[in-house]
Design a protein around this ligand. Structure first.
Ligand SMILES: Cc1ncc(COP(=O)(O)O)c(C=O)c1O
Length: 414
């Protein structure tokens, strides 16, 4: 199946503003279909969930549709899809619920490759429960997280292993299956952060062996929400704090307050959009498989072009060289602070921010401190001309590190 990026781009009104968006790992641009689904839901009769009025039934349907769409995207059971306002929020909530089963002598494992949202909630919940934390380091030069490093941290009292399916800083894709298998052999649960990966590959959480798999629709063309998929039987075992009158059913037990119905309609629309990236038939999961296969080829061609271009430039360091990666690259420029590079690129209409991007342990472990590096992420709407524009701007930057005074640009130049 061929991937027609020009057609894909026509669905993103934001692109008409002219910037080259390498900021997808922070939050992707949104196709018009997603915005329209949100507006249509808000403009239809809608009330709290129920079965008596049409407005109630619509709210109920929106939730059921979104759970099914996320389940199709992740290869999960819709009855185990929990929504919240962000991955961070759902992870904090689940960490507290899981920690009710922990006590002194128990251990949780976290890695330095992870975003802090899959570290700190576990560290804090373990500390509150009197359990201890075991840290796993990754290889600084390659960016790889060896399975053996995680296996070495496991013991008979390991209760949970929290690790990432892909690093939002380096793009590293650890061997999720092998790490999950090792964790399960030790009798531990796995909490897999799929926020970065879900935008780039079609996962199967059951095959992954992820007891919990977290993602954020705003990274894959949808609205700002978080979702976690888990086995409903596992969720049924957990007793989160909740209001007396709120539902005790799974997964509602974990969803406090009223769900954002309009945003959930946007989640379904985003997943339908992904399923239609290339024209094909079959179930939504089958269409997603074909679309992601084409998307992966498109994105890896572009990231290879980007990495080849970056490594050819003097004074630029690309951090990490993981064998299995997402199309996300972290780089620094000798003698120029990442923030300055970011600002100089922005003057050319290129959005490639610099930060630790909340993978602060990862950035510190790499020796990049809290300044981090410049991150360039390829998204479904990125094209060759975006990549060349970034490389050309960097050629200019390394040849004139002091820069020129920014001149006024008309929007047509951006
Ligand atoms: C890998 C990764 N995990 C977790 C998060 C946190 O997601 P949320 O903003 O939904 O809490 C992010 C956000 O950037 C991320 O990139």
């Amino acid at each position: 199946m061929t991937y027609d990026v020009d057609t894909v781009r026509t669905h993103f009104p934001a692109l008409t503003e002219g910037a080259a968006h390498f900021d997808g790992p922070g939050g992707s641009q949104v196709p018009v279909q997603v915005a329209e689904a949100i507006a249509a839901t808000m403009l239809s009769a809608l009330s709290n969930r129920g079965q008596v009025t049409a407005a109630e039934r619509r709210a109920d349907q929106v939730v059921a549709d979104a759970r099914q769409a996320v389940a199709d995207l992740l290869g999960a059971d819709p009855a185990g899809v929990v929504f919240g306002r962000s991955m961070t929020q759902v992870t904090y909530d689940l960490s507290r619920a899981l920690a009710k089963e922990w006590g002194p002598g128990d251990e949780v494992v976290v890695t330095r490759l992870d975003h802090d949202a899959n570290i700190r909630p576990w560290v804090q919940a373990a500390t509150a429960a009197g359990a201890s934390v075991r840290w796993v380091d990754f290889d600084r030069s390659t960016g790889e997280l060896p399975v053996s490093a995680v296996a070495d941290a496991l013991g008979p009292r390991t209760r949970l292993v929290a690790f990432t399916a892909a690093s939002n800083l380096l793009g590293t894709r650890p061997d999720v299956l092998a790490i999950s298998a090792a964790a399960h052999d030790a009798g531990a649960l796995t909490y897999v952060d799929g926020v970065h990966l879900t935008a780039h590959d079609l996962v199967d959480v059951r095959e992954f062996g992820a007891d919990f798999y977290a993602c954020s629709p705003y990274k894959f063309l949808g609205p700002h929400l978080g979702a976690v998929a888990a086995d409903p039987a596992l969720l049924d075992r957990l007793r989160p704090d909740k209001l007396l009158p709120s539902s005790d059913a799974v997964p509602e037990r974990f969803e406090w307050g009223t769900l954002p119905y309009e945003s959930l309609a946007g989640v379904t629309a985003a997943i339908d959009f992904l399923a239609g990236l290339v024209a094909s038939g079959g179930t939504r999961r089958e269409r997603l498989a074909r679309s992601f296969a084409a998307l992966t080829t498109h994105e890896s061609t572009l990231v290879n072009r980007l990495i080849t271009g970056l490594t050819a430039l003097p004074g630029i360091t690309v951090h990490g060289s993981p064998k299995h990666r997402t199309p996300t690259v972290l780089f620094t420029v000798d003698g120029i602070a990442p923030r300055t590079v970011y600002e100089r690129l922005a003057l050319s209409g290129i959005n490639a921010p610099a930060s630790h991007f909340y993978a602060i342990e990862c950035s510190r472990w790499l020796g990049l401190g809290d300044a981090g590096g410049v991150r360039a992420g390829i998204a479904p709407y990125t094209n060759e001309s975006d990549v060349d524009r970034l490389l050309t701007a960097l050629v200019d930057l390394v040849s004139r590190p002091q820069g020129l005074r920014p001149r006024h640009r008309s929007t047509s130049e951006l």
